[in-house]
Ligand binder design. Structure first.
Ligand SMILES: NC(=O)c1ccc[n+]([C@@H]2O[C@H](COP(=O)([O-])OP(=O)(O)OC[C@H]3O[C@@H](n4cnc5c(N)ncnc54)[C@H](OP(=O)(O)O)[C@@H]3O)[C@@H](O)[C@H]2O)c1
Length: 324
């Protein structure tokens, strides 16, 4: 099969389009012909050698895929050849074929096309998990979302609305992204590179702060987030796009009942894969009923994966980028 391989850690140029032997499913795996896969920010980090769950090169990157089952392992019971599926591949999705553990494979209804299907698994399921399961969003609460024009961001805005958020404040890195976040349904959008987002969040909430902050940037952005977190508020850290750690002092948490929480889909996939199933099927229902619309900004042929990576690293990208 043709596939994109990270030959060594480095810039987008280390992605090479090569021919690899066709993978063979083990007893609990399905082999799928991949119709489309999405580019996630974690793929960039993996290529740079900065993703905590990626192995050493050479490896095929890619966290999610949509396609058709072409072979099943001998112990697979829920899937047959010809089934349309989505899932989280065991060994990367930037190939014409991908292996998926049965426990991380999900039926895809005919009503959802492959491109939409490839766009949502990682970002929408992450958004679902951090809002609902980790962040415990309650009706009427104020949610602030960092990098809100991106893949996770645009889905988190929409899901937060359906989960009953009272106010959704998008925080982004440029003026162009303000429009994307507002179109996705945010009530307010702040360019954190133009004004202090913590001051603005406090202003918009009459000094109360946000009840739930979704933070994928970390570093200074995390620390500023604590300055606009409400009493009883939760800040969920689920990425470190800034490449820096954020720190906090414990007294700032206990007196006001604030919580700092973490989430990694990679760790959940590896150690608690069964926890994702309900969320995946609920997200599928949101998409089928058009309550969740995937924002896809660009599609590239698989062979041009390096251009797709460069586009995300430019920080001009928004929504999802697909490799088809
Ligand atoms: N924990 C998990 O399970 C999990 C799962 C999926 C994604 N994530 C994380 O969630 C975030 C969003 O993922 P995504 O795939 O949807 O990506 P994305 O949001 O489409 O793209 C990443 C965004 O990060 C922001 N950013 C901040 N500092 C950056 C920097 N120094 N360099 C590049 N970008 C920077 C940019 O938005 P602004 O310019 O608006 O800041 C950029 O658009 C990523 O940090 C990712 O690692 C975590």
């Amino acid at each position: 099969m043709k596939a994109v391989v990270v030959q060594r850690f480095g810039g987008p140029e280390v992605l090479e389009y090569v021919t690899l032997p066709d993978p063979v499913p083990s007893a609990n795996q399905v082999l799928i012909k991949v119709e489309a896969r999405s580019v996630n920010f974690a793929d960039i980090k993996a290529r740079q050698g900065k993703y905590h769950r990626a192995g050493e090169p050479p490896f095929v990157p890619g966290l999610d895929a949509a396609g058709t089952v072409v072979e099943t392992g001998k112990d697979v019971t829920e899937f047959s050849v010809g089934d349309r599926v989505i899932g989280f591949p065991a060994g990367g999705s930037y190939g014409e074929l991908a292996l998926l553990e049965e426990v991380l494979t999900y039926h895809l209804p005919d009503s959802i096309d492959f491109h939409t299907a490839a766009a949502f698994p990682t970002v929408a399921v992450t958004a679902y998990q951090i809002l609902r399961k980790v962040g415990q969003l309650e009706q009427g609460e104020i949610v602030a979302i960092q990098s809100a024009a991106g893949g996770v961001g645009t889905t988190a805005i929409q899901l937060a609305k359906h989960f009953g958020a009272g106010k959704i404040i998008a925080i982004v890195g440029s003026d162009e992204k303000i429009r994307i976040a507002l179109e996705a349904g945010a009530d307010y959008a702040i360019n954190r590179n133009r004004e202090s987002f913590s001051e603005r969040v406090n202003e918009l909430t009459e000094g109360k702060g946000a009840d739930l902050i979704l933070d994928s940037v970390s570093g200074d952005v995390f620390e500023q987030g604590l300055e606009c977190l409400a009493t009883f508020g939760r800040i969920v850290v689920f990425g470190h796009a800034a490449g820096k750690s954020g720190t906090f002092k414990t007294p700032s948490l206990h007196a006001k009942c604030k919580s700092v929480l973490g989430y990694s889909m990679g760790t959940t996939r590896a150690l608690r894969p069964e926890r994702l199933k309900n969320s995946v099927y609920e997200v599928i229902e949101f998409i089928e009923t058009e309550k969740l619309k995937m924002v896809v900004s660009k599609k590239y042929p698989l062979s041009e994966a390096s251009a797709a990576h460069s586009w995300i690293e430019s920080r001009e990208s928004y929504g999802k980028i697909l490799l088809v």
